[in-house]
Design a protein around this ligand. Structure first.
Ligand SMILES: Cc1ncc(COP(=O)(O)O)c(C=O)c1O
Length: 456
């Protein structure tokens, strides 16, 4: 007998049912009148398989979550085992092995000094936790005057109101601005914005100078500086020199403000090291993790912080210092088990070594785009590569946003079997680590053909 709900759906029926009841994220639903939605029935390694059997190379790791391929069997087996034991339990007053094991592992692998783990269930929630924890730390220390945050221009930290408050991507922020906190914005050290002749290090030094003057004026009222280490992802895969992070750590110490490292997108090997902060030799006060944490299987996030922060909340109940933040699914055992299985793959497989080979191959394949008349910049940090399309190479004048050139690349990708999802006019690659060199060739060639169509 076939359960009607789980019978393989006819592709157009599923799309029609979807369109009558669902509302998709980051989507103008009207677009789907002309842009067909893709019903997916299966994933295999770096590939997604559509209901009609068509295959799509997942060049964006399904919003940067997937590390070791879709339906990775080791993570799948751990989840199946966990399903028969414990699906969920309230995480206040109760604990379980997957959460403890995950926290021990995160303390072991994150930079020295990060010794305490708070769990939440998505990236934005982790940012909310870090912002509240930083504020509450200073309050518990008798500094209730610290109520503000500093973020970088072009930053993205999520879309709940707190996380959106410290984000600076107009597309997401502008409409909701009346609802948000107002952070101080420090100019981003990204290399695309550099002056002629400046090296990435020069840019970092100049931008640190600007951060210093911001801190001179605002440190007394500032809880923390929040940054995406090395790559500002949703802001257009803008990249910067690691020395900025080293300098920022020193400034945060000097001015007594916390350093929040949002490694939700760049953590777990994306930039070439396990964590991006390692390339600057620094340890933040809070590190936010999600996305790749479960290998792309389950929604989970973690804020890893210091014992100094933890101790500021640890007191008799009557002192009223406890951290007040809870999500029903905090520490979900299935999600934690997917995460411990993912961490085990990092221990068992030579992930970073292999990524170095793949990243070098990707660099070689995208290099010819440097000379393209509509490409202003080709940049790469580890397993993240981006190509910035412009109307005029000389002046770097962008294509008008209304042209939606990136969408043309996306359409071309879908027609030819690749899931490319440009950020505006920035075409980028952030594939699962199981991608092969031949698949990289296919991914880049498909994008190049899409770019040709898009700039015409
Ligand atoms: C750097 C960064 N921080 C936070 C988030 C928010 O994570 P989530 O989408 O799980 O809320 C994202 C999501 O893309 C991100 O890239």
């Amino acid at each position: 007998m076939t359960d009607a709900l789980f019978a393989p759906p006819a592709a157009d029926t599923l799309v029609a049912r979807d369109r009558s009841v669902l509302w998709h994220p980051c989507t103008q639903m009207h677009d789907h009148e002309t842009l067909p939605m893709v019903p997916v029935v299966r994933g295999e390694g770096a590939w997604l398989v559509g209901a009609d059997g068509k295959r799509y190379l997942d060049a964006v790791s399904s919003w940067w979550t997937n590390l070791f391929g879709h339906a990775e069997p080791r993570i799948g087996a751990a989840l199946k085992d966990q399903l028969d034991r414990l699906e969920h339990v309230i995480f206040a007053g109760f604990t379980h092995e997957p959460a403890v094991e995950l926290a021990e592992e995160l303390v072991r692998i994150t930079p020295k000094g990060l010794d305490r783990v708070f769990l939440a269930d998505n990236g934005s929630a982790a940012i909310e936790v870090a912002l509240k924890m930083s504020f509450h730390y200073w309050l518990n220390q008798g500094h209730g005057e610290k109520t503000r945050f500093i973020a970088l221009t072009g930053s993205y930290h999520g879309e709940t109101l707190g996380a959106l408050s410290v984000s600076d991507v107009a597309l997401y922020r502008k409409t909701y601005a009346p609802l948000l906190l107002t952070p101080e914005l420090a100019p981003s050290p990204d290399t695309y914005e550099g002056e002629p002749g400046e090296t990435p290090k020069d840019i970092a030094i100049r931008r640190l100078g600007e951060m210093r003057s911001l801190l001179e004026r605002h440190a007394h009222e500032t809880c923390a500086v929040i940054v995406e280490p090395l790559v500002q992802c949703a802001g257009g895969m803008r990249m910067y020199d690691a020395s900025y992070l080293t300098g920022l750590r020193a400034l945060c110490d000097e001015f007594q403000v916390h350093f929040i490292a949002d490694e939700i997108a760049v953590g777990f090997g994306r930039t070439g090291t396990l964590f991006a902060c390692e390339q600057a030799g620094i340890s933040p006060d809070f590190m936010c993790l999600s996305k790749g944490l479960t290998g792309g299987f389950m929604a989970l996030s973690a804020v890893v912080t210091t014992n100094d922060v933890y101790q500021a909340f640890y007191a008799e109940y009557a002192a009223g210092k406890a951290f007040l933040h809870s999500h029903s699914y905090t520490g979900n055992p299935l999600a934690c088990r997917a995460a411990t299985a993912t961490m085990k793959i990092f221990r068992d497989d030579p992930v970073l070594e292999r990524n170095r080979v793949l990243a070098a191959h990707m660099a070689k394949r995208i290099a010819p785009l440097v000379d393209h008349p509509h490409v202003a910049d080709v940049r790469q940090t580890g397993m993240i590569a981006a190509i910035e399309l412009v109307a005029d190479k000389k002046t770097r004048a962008p294509f008008p946003a209304a042209d939606r050139r990136g969408l043309r690349v996306y359409r071309h990708g879908l027609e030819h079997g690749a899931l490319l999802r440009p950020l505006g006019n920035i075409v980028y690659f952030m594939p699962p680590y199981v991608i092969t060199e031949r698949e990289i060739d296919f991914m880049v060639e498909t994008a190049m053909a899409g770019i040709e169509k898009a700039v015409r």
